[in-house]
Design a protein around this ligand. Structure first.
Ligand SMILES: C[S@@+](CC[C@H](N)C(=O)[O-])C[C@H]1O[C@@H](n2cnc3c(N)ncnc32)[C@H](O)[C@@H]1O
Length: 285
């Protein structure tokens, strides 16, 4: 069975997932509060999320708690990783439909930024094929180790993991066809640093695919600080050098919005025109 042919789970009750999600985010120690090395906040008791080495962490600028009127959510701790690969996820989020809507082509270089334990990275690895590459980036070493174990078991060899810093994804300039951000942007403690870095890392016609739980929809059973409205997203991305080029509004719980660098030339603009968007994407107004 391929990763895109995800096992359809039995219809377990939504309430179970909600309760578990709340428990994981509420009860597990958040990396932002725990790891002084990640963001300069005082150490909490117990084992900290091991994000990167001490020398580099000293350079991390102070984290923000709010950005443009939005409360920044705490980082999901690696002990919550099993929730990211729960059987119900495909039914709840229709991840395979989301991945198909990305329009990834064989040979492309795609980054799963904030990859966690690799739920999407493993799916992307099939799409880019042997000639392509998935760059899987996370600030938690433990998440990357979990991903590597899953990739090894699946005999996947085109995923490169990269341990990053909260303000610096350590991506090569002009190197990426796509950056996928699933349920992570709202956790960025340094949103402007990250937006700048992502912008630099995209090829001229590269795209960001932003996936966030819909704040506008009260039925989406996720804590408010882990949701974003389109309005808020548009308050944050365009002023930081991005242009909305398409939207996919058919996912059950999440927004899927595509951005490019706003310095795209005429030819680049044509490539991102509605006719070249994987149907049924809605072109941006
Ligand atoms: C809620 S999890 C989502 C994981 C994955 N995208 C998924 O949907 O299964 C958020 C992940 O983003 C990571 N993260 C948070 N801030 C980050 C940053 N500035 N750079 C890279 N990863 C980050 C966290 O460590 C965590 O693994």
């Amino acid at each position: 069975m391929t990763f895109l042919q995800l096992k359809s789970s039995g219809f377990r009750r939504c309430a179970g997932a909600i309760a578990l999600a709340s428990m994981l985010w509420a009860a597990t120690p958040p990396a932002r509060a725990q790891s002084p090395r990640a963001d300069g906040t005082p150490a909490a008791k117990g084992k900290a999320a091991d994000t990167t080495d001490d020398r580099e962490n000293e350079k991390v600028p102070p984290p923000l708690t709010h950005y443009k009127g939005r409360e920044i959510a705490r980082t999901m701790h690696f002990t919550g990783a099993p929730w990211l690969i729960r059987d119900e996820r495909e039914r709840e989020e229709r991840a395979s439909e989301m991945i198909a809507a990305l329009g990834v082509k064989p040979g492309q270089v795609v980054c799963d930024l904030g990859c966690g334990n690799g739920y999407h990275a493993l799916m992307l690895s099939e799409l880019v094929g042997k000639k392509g590459r998935v760059v899987a980036v996370d600030i938690q070493r433990e998440m990357l180790a979990l991903l590597e174990a899953r990739a090894k078991e699946a005999k996947v060899e085109n995923i490169k993991t990269m341990l990053s810093l909260p303000h610096d994804p350590k991506l090569e300039d002009n190197s990426l066809d796509l950056i996928l951000l699933v349920d992570v942007y709202h956790e960025f403690s340094h949103p402007e640093h990250m937006l700048r870095a992502m912008r630099r890392a995209l090829k001229k016609d590269g795209r960001i695919a932003l996936v966030e739980f819909r704040e506008e929809d009260l039925r989406v059973p996720i804590k408010p600080e882990h949701k974003m409205s389109k309005k808020q997203i548009l308050t944050e991305f365009p002023p930081n050098g991005f242009k909305l080029v398409a939207e996919y509004d058919k996912l059950p719980w999440q927004h899927l919005m595509f951005f490019t660098r706003d310095d795209a030339d005429e030819a680049g603009e044509k490539e991102k025109s509605p006719t070249s968007c994987p149907s049924p994407l809605t072109p941006a107004p």
